[in-house]
Design a protein. Structure first.
Lengths: 515, 476
């Protein structure tokens, strides 16, 4: 049977036992003659074979299997699987914001507008959204770029966020989650053949959507390393190194940066760093993709989110009128945590009008983003104001969510840093921790013997023994010879404590077993 | 100098949708009307999309009540909602992680809903087995189709991958295909025979691909879009045998399967027809069948949710398909709507009477519209409409006078686009031109959605008739 597929990390092939079997279809492997399938692993699109998405990859598949076994009554050392692999706040018990859900319910079933249990500000927003929908229904397609009044609201939100720097609704594209917008831009930019093939710079560690999209598009992935010893900060010297090396085999044209970081504990780049990156992008003629979906998730003391656009404009016209950029946001993260709605947007800055026309054409093919997600986004950028009836309860809920996250971040760092062999950078924002783990050489050997990447071996063992599902660092990329895992800090505080303790105990056991 | 002078050639070469010029003008006209500019109409009737709600059809109450209850469970305290609405909402919330529609779901979709869908498919197909592991829910059926095409189309292959597509065919599929680097190989449906699919034509199309590309798949739309045909069981089985013989992967776009109204017509799924042929074909012919929450009586286009059922695929390929689908999650609300679609209220349920009333109304309106459209269009000598059997559109043929064609060419427009622009300008009705979908050289068509309230359709036909007479006179 096929195991996890072959993966290239940092140019190294981390092979598995089925390398040669990759060439044969399932039936041929089993010795049963192929019934001459039209679509086989040999003739399918080779780019798709390279697509992997660790966040939902083999370890999650095993976790789902274990959950099934538990339901069937199989006895295990635990009674539930804790899925700390995916940034899904509400799955872990975070409550949705009441105001948002009220407006969305009103939009779904407008008869409720007669119900006096709903506050007036919710009704007003619902009416406004419905007025902008075809046939006054969220069931109608919208314009492919997104409902116009919502794009206007997004532009206003951006202006407010960035201290008045103007934003045009025409430069806003609503999308099916930020992922959709990211893939769309990449689709637009990736071109060329052979040595001229577009190279895209991505941080290591990175959020694996990027590597999956680059594989799918057959773009060249250019890795630049974040500095773990300095809170995962980015430095331009490293960008230069990566770029210069890449120039030999591709045409670097795009630089992706995730700020606040993922998986890198929502580390927020300093203002100086952002300026340096912008300068670098200008010098090297790179298109900047600023993934800012965690912009509202920053809670560490002394840490502040600086939007790339704001910094760009504050650097003066030499930069602000030339550097080309797209910035991305989403309704899935931050205090909203509404992953299931697939709401998001991108703002494109300084894009050539002809290219922008191509972008508009490209998005028109997929019809439109889900309308409830667009409606939700409208509420996120246009929340209750101080003079509105829902303001107090809204602020209370929002503050509670962020405070809980901050507390969990602190707790995580505290507990992990007591474990010899686990080092944890302070969680500045976002919803993950990405500790470095020291694995004894015997464990590494055992992993290799089983054909597994060492941190996958570690995480699989943790899953089997404790029912905790994490994502191994190899899924995000890491410096050669280092190992990590990514864990969300989303479970309710009491449960989180238990999880942290179990991981601590597991780590000590593991280290002991392989000493 | 812009960094982006170079962009993907696939994107650059993507054909701009013909409708684009019409949409742009529509927005301008709407703006003019808002500003009080006088026209012979007070609002634009937009029936260029397969979008019933946009055209004025009301959403089904049951599904919207369930959605509202899932979004804001507090609604279930008290007596505003019927018991079956609450039960359904509670059951579905129980299938969501953390009991919330705000969570992500498993790669292929919420498992219990996949289960419901597979049971629906089995019922629909008279008991032919359906395995939930072969179903993937996606943000719209087009999304799923693009993913499957991605797997099939090897853009680096030489010769390039080819996919047989019908003419006429809805435009987004053609664009998706070509953007992925595949070659669209057209096979022409026979308009005069009710848009029948003729096997000789399929063979001719396949032969035409020799030396041009490597055809690997055959894409069919049943019931049709834009043309309103419903394929017979016999025809479907012929196509299946053809695909088996010529080693083609079958892509069956069946999103209009709930929109069948022709008196002699019956929807038979490709899967069912395949099963009825029996072994060895039924165990080997590879098929992907697409459905959606956007069409049919629910018409929830804005929720963006559809699914694909994969039949007889190589398990090794399925693993890669799984990876591909794992990178973007499907909206939860749409999945809830899907559950209602495949499991609507039943007789005896408290919500059933209203559900029945609403659905009967939509069906009756549709039947009436079909009758009226055929009647009115066929009353004109230079306008003809094949019998409408299924789907959501009329796709009548326009016999344009040479002067009109000439004028269109002068304006740099396709003749049917020219007609549609004039119709929009003068009558405030937005149709789409046949050029958008492909048509036999020298023929012209227009497409419009017929899932509208009956009085809207009457208004459309009134405006269309008046315009058409005028237009034909002008260019006689």
């Amino acid at each position: 049977l096929f195991q996890c597929s072959v993966k290239k990390v940092n140019g190294q092939e981390i092979g598995l036992n089925n390398n040669s079997k990759n060439k044969m279809s399932q039936e041929a492997v089993n010795g049963v003659p192929c019934r001459g399938k039209v679509l086989t692993v040999e003739n399918m699109n080779p780019n798709v074979k390279r697509v992997e998405y660790a966040v939902r990859g083999p370890i999650v598949q095993r976790a789902v299997q274990i959950e099934k076994e538990l339901r069937e009554g199989v006895k295990k050392p635990f009674t539930e699987v804790i899925k700390a692999n995916i940034g899904d706040a509400q799955a872990m018990g975070q409550r949705p914001i009441t105001f948002f859900r009220q407006v969305l319910a009103l939009c779904s079933y407008p008869e409720l507008l007669e119900d006096n249990k709903f506050p007036e500000d919710a009704k007003q927003r619902a009416r406004r959204i419905l007025d902008a929908c075809g046939g006054h229904s969220i069931g109608a397609y919208s314009a492919s770029q997104g409902i116009e009044c919502i794009r206007q609201d997004v532009a206003r939100y951006i202006e407010k966020r960035d201290g008045g720097i103007s934003s045009s609704p025409d430069n806003i594209y609503l999308s099916t989650g930020a992922s959709d917008a990211i893939v769309t831009i990449l689709k637009l930019l990736v071109c060329g053949e052979g040595r001229d093939r577009t190279g895209v710079m991505i941080s290591i560690p990175q959020y694996p959507l990027y590597s999956a999209a680059l594989a799918d598009l057959a773009a060249v992935q250019i890795n630049y390393y974040l500095d773990e010893d300095n809170c995962w900060s980015l430095n331009v010297a490293e960008l230069k190194r990566a770029l210069n090396e890449a120039k030999q085999h591709c045409k670097p044209r795009v630089l992706c940066i995730i700020n606040p970081g993922n998986p890198t504990v929502g580390q927020v780049q300093s203002r100086q760093c952002i300026e340096d990156v912008i300068r670098f992008a200008k010098e090297e003629h790179l298109f900047l993709m600023a993934d800012e979906v965690y912009q509202d998730n920053v809670y560490a003391e002394g840490c502040k989110f600086h939007s790339f656009k704001k910094v760009l404009f504050e650097m003066g016209p030499e930069y602000s009128s030339t550097v080309e950029m797209a910035s991305f946001h989403s309704t899935s993260k931050c205090y909203m945590g509404e992953c299931g709605f697939r709401g998001g947007y991108m703002e494109v800055i300084n894009m050539d009008p002809e290219v922008k026309a191509q972008l508009t054409k490209l998005v028109s093919v997929r019809l439109c983003p889900p309308v409830p997600g667009q409606a939700l986004l409208d509420l996120v950028v246009n929340p209750p104001q101080p003079d509105e009836p829902s303001y107090t309860s809204f602020m209370k809920e929002r503050t509670a969510v962020l405070a809980a996250l901050a507390e969990k971040a602190r707790l995580t760092e505290e507990i992990f840093n007591t474990v010899p062999g686990i080092t944890c950078n302070p969680v500045q924002g976002a919803m993950y921790t990405f500790p470095r783990i020291t694995l004894p050489p015997k464990a590494i050997d055992k992993a290799k013997a089983e054909g597994k990447v060492p941190d996958m071996f570690y995480c699989m063992k943790l899953l089997e023994e404790e029912g905790i599902c994490l994502v191994p660092g190899s899924g995000f990329g890491q410096k050669d010879g280092t190992f990590h895992f990514r864990m969300t800090i989303l479970p309710p505080t009491e449960k989180l404590k238990v999880v942290l303790q179990k991981i601590r105990d597991f780590h000590l056991r593991f280290t002991n077993e392989f000493s | 100098m812009s960094v982006l002078q170079e962009i993907s050639s696939d994107v650059r070469n993507m054909k701009q949708m013909e409708n684009f010029v019409l949409f742009r003008r529509t927005n301008e006209i709407k703006e003019e009307l808002r500003r009080g500019v006088r026209k012979s109409y007070r609002e634009v009737i937009d029936v260029s999309w397969g979008d019933p709600h946009r055209a004025g059809v009301k959403p089904l109450s049951f599904v919207r009540q369930v959605l509202a209850a899932c979004l804001y469970p507090e609604l279930m305290d008290g007596d505003k909602l019927m018991v079956d609405v609450k039960q359904r909402a509670q059951r579905l919330l129980g299938t969501c992680a953390g009991g919330s529609v705000g969570s992500y779901c498993a790669t292929a979709g919420i498992p219990q809903i996949l289960q419901s869908i597979s049971q629906y498919i089995m019922r629909r197909d008279g008991g032919v087995p359906c395995h939930p592991e072969n179903i993937y829910i996606s943000p719209g059926s087009q999304w799923a189709l693009t993913n499957i095409l991605k797997v099939l189309v090897n853009s680096e292959a030489s010769p390039r991958t080819g996919v047989l597509i019908p003419v006429p065919c809805h435009s987004t599929t053609i664009i998706s295909l070509t953007t992925l680097g595949a070659v669209a190989v057209p096979y022409y449906l026979r308009e005069e025979r009710g848009w029948a699919l003729e096997m000789e034509e399929l063979q001719r199309a396949l032969d035409s691909a020799k030396g041009v590309c490597n055809p690997v798949a055959l894409y069919m739309i049943n019931p049709g879009n834009p043309a309103g045909y419903v394929q017979s069981r016999k025809s479907i089985q012929e196509v299946i045998r053809f695909a088996a013989e010529k080693k083609l992967f079958l892509l069956a776009d069946e999103v209009y399967q709930d929109c069948v109204y022709g008196k002699e017509s019956e929807f038979v799924s490709y899967k069912r027809a395949l099963a009825e042929i029996g072994a060895p074909l039924s165990d080997s012919v590879e098929l992907a069948s697409f459905h959606t929450a956007s069409k049919g009586l629910m018409g929830e286009c804005g929720l963006r949710t559809g699914y694909v059922e994969l039949v007889n695929l190589d398990p090794a390929v399925m693993k890669h398909i799984n990876n591909l689908f794992s990178t973007n999650s499907c909206p939860i609300l749409g999945q809830i709507a899907l559950d209602v679609m495949v499991n609507p209220p039943q007789p005896g349920d408290p919500s059933y009477p209203l559900y029945l009333k609403e659905t009967q109304h939509i069906r009756a309106s549709l039947a009436q519209n079909v009758r009226r459209v055929e009647e009115v269009i066929n009353s004109f000598p230079d306008f003809s409409c094949q019998p409408l059997e299924g789907g959501a559109f009329a796709f009548p043929r326009l016999f344009l006078p040479p002067k009109a064609i000439e004028r269109a060419k002068e304006a740099g427009l396709q003749p049917d686009t020219f007609y549609c622009l004039r119709l929009l300008e003068e009558a405030g009705v937005l149709f789409s031109p046949g050029t958008e979908y492909g048509q036999k050289e020298g023929t012209y068509h227009i497409r419009f959605c017929i899932m509208t309230p009956t009085d809207t359709m009457e208004e459309i036909l009134r405006r269309l008739s008046a315009f058409h007479e005028q237009f034909m006179k002008e260019f006689s």
